[in-house]
Ligand binder design. Structure first.
Ligand code: ZN
Length: 66
């Protein structure tokens, strides 16, 4: 099963879960257990027509505190 990125609309945290296509609607936030999560579309997953797109780079994560 592929990995999907989600963002919780309750606490605003982003997390990645391993779920199937039909189970994406059952994803809950691991931090606050909220069901109000939105799937994030990774730019790398989008097929760029015409080419010339470079995927990759520095990904900052874990910044900030709360
Ligand atoms: Zn949450």
């Amino acid at each position: 099963m592929p990995l999907y990125d989600f963002r919780c609309e309750e606490c605003g945290r982003e997390f990645t879960v391993l779920v199937g296509i039909e189970e994406r609607h059952k994803v809950a936030c691991p931090h606050c257990e909220s069901r109000r999560v939105k799937q994030l579309i990774t730019p790398c997953a989008v097929q760029v027509k015409g080419g010339g797109g470079s995927c990759g780079g520095t990904s900052t994560a874990g910044a900030g505190g709360g």
